[in-house]
Design a protein around this ligand. Structure first.
Ligand code: ASP
Length: 341
């Protein structure tokens, strides 16, 4: 009798554990940039605005998945919300180059087919993530840059804007400040201690490269990243975001990954693909693989973070900065948004 009771209890516990495990299946995750994001520097209004924008993005992505659309559709729809918000360094609200221009980078990748698309240094595409997707789906190429990419986006019918569209006072002031401090140094959009190595004393640069990874009903992963890069960057500078394998990578066999941080370090460490490789060839889990690679970035002097979602719905969202705008949705639609450590 006693034995039977234990058996029943065990069964119950196992059932509730599996329910919990199911509840913790993540289907869509986002980031809005990592950096010196401290509560003491944030007004309640600003914090609420960031949380609302991230929540809207997550809900939009989740709704897209619920409609039975693909993970690529969900990533694109989610990133549109963030690109259209002036709060983030992507699309509207992108940071300025030294010459006072906005040059945008973006990439998207399909985890099922390993197809990828990227654009860099574009100046007229309203939603750069859609430009990246068009390169993937409507050209035979993986990456297009500059005027050619802008021209291509127009040809395939994407929304084209006057470059003035991207202008925001906050980013313009950020550029003036960076130039005042050291006109020759590019400034990370994260004003962290390490980025002072680049020559700036300014700790108030706004953050906000954006990224998203989604897992759809069919079990397919997709990942995307979109950014304005670094304030005061030199003409033609391209960061990690549009470099497949550096800032963006996705493989159904491993995970979808989107990075944010000091791009040069992410390129040199081929961060996203290395995480995928550790999972594929060494059998590591997504959290362990992400931690190892981000540690390496940190040891070399780079700062930032990343988000990763594996095919089973497990996530990792590590960062070595004070904060990272980030959020998740689980399969049951529960949205969570976080900013600080
Ligand atoms: N990784 C981006 C770049 O270097 C910047 C960022 O994530 O904030 O262009």
């Amino acid at each position: 009798m006693k034995k039977l009771r234990y058996l029943a209890l065990g069964l119950l516990m196992a059932m509730s554990a599996s329910v919990n495990a199911q509840q913790k299946k993540y289907v869509l995750i986002v980031h809005g940039g990592a950096g010196t994001i401290l509560k003491k520097n944030m007004t309640p209004e600003k914090e609420a605005a960031y949380k609302a924008a991230l929540t809207l993005a997550l809900e939009t992505g989740y709704k897209t998945l619920k409609q039975g659309k693909t993970s690529l559709d969900a990533v694109e729809a989610t990133i549109h919300v963030l690109e259209d918000s002036p709060l983030f360094n992507a699309g509207k609200g992108a940071v300025f180059t030294h010459d006072g221009r906005n040059e945008l980078d973006a990439a998207i990748m399909n985890g099922k087919t390993l197809e990828a698309g990227a654009i860099a240094g574009v100046t007229t595409i309203r939603n750069p993530i859609s430009g990246a997707r068009a390169v993937m789906e409507k050209s035979e190429h993986v990456m297009m840059v500059g005027d050619g990419a802008d021209k291509f986006a127009k040809e395939v019918g994407l929304t084209i804007v006057d470059p003035k569209y991207y202008w925001t006072k906050e980013r313009w002031d950020g550029l003036q400040q960076a130039i005042k401090e050291d006109s020759t140094k590019a400034v990370l959009d994260h004003g962290s201690k390490k980025s002072m190595l680049l020559g700036t004393k300014n700790h108030d640069y706004k953050f906000g490269t954006v990224g998203c990874v989604a897992l759809d009903n069919a079990g397919n992963l997709a990942a995307g990243t979109s950014t304005g890069g670094m304030t005061n960057k030199k003409y033609g500078r391209v960061g990690d975001a549009p470099i497949i394998g550096a800032g963006t990578y996705c493989n159904n066999e491993t995970a979808g990954i989107s990075c944010t941080g000091w791009g040069e370090f992410y390129i040199r460490n081929v961060v996203a693909k290395t995480i995928s490789d550790l999972m594929e060839y060494k059998g590591l889990g997504v959290a362990e693989a992400s931690k190892i690679v981000l540690n390496k970035v940190g040891k070399m002097g780079g700062d930032g973070g990343l988000i990763a979602l594996d095919k089973k719905g497990n996530i990792a969202m590590p960062f070595n900065t004070e904060g990272m705008y980030r959020g998740t949705v689980t399969a049951d639609g529960k949205v969570e948004v976080q900013i600080y450590k």
